[in-house]
Design a protein. Structure first.
Length: 66
């Protein structure tokens, strides 16, 4: 069975927004909205690979999100 078929219908989602849907925001929505699926914001992989300062601040997530 496909992952999406296991979710309750209708699926209500929240699109990732750069600079908005950080770990704190996802924690609030998880606590109050009980989502079936959560996405992190987009990550600049090139910046991480090039070692640009601050690039690792963006992909932070809380241990509870694993």
């Amino acid at each position: 069975m496909h992952f999406w078929q296991t979710l309750p219908q209708p699926i209500i989602g929240l699109a990732p927004m750069d600079g908005i849907t950080d770990a704190a925001f996802r924690g609030i929505t998880a606590r109050h909205g009980k989502p079936d699926v959560q996405y992190t914001e987009f990550v600049d992989v090139e910046a991480i690979c090039r070692g640009i300062p601050g690039a690792w601040r963006q992909p932070y997530f809380a241990e509870a999100e694993r």
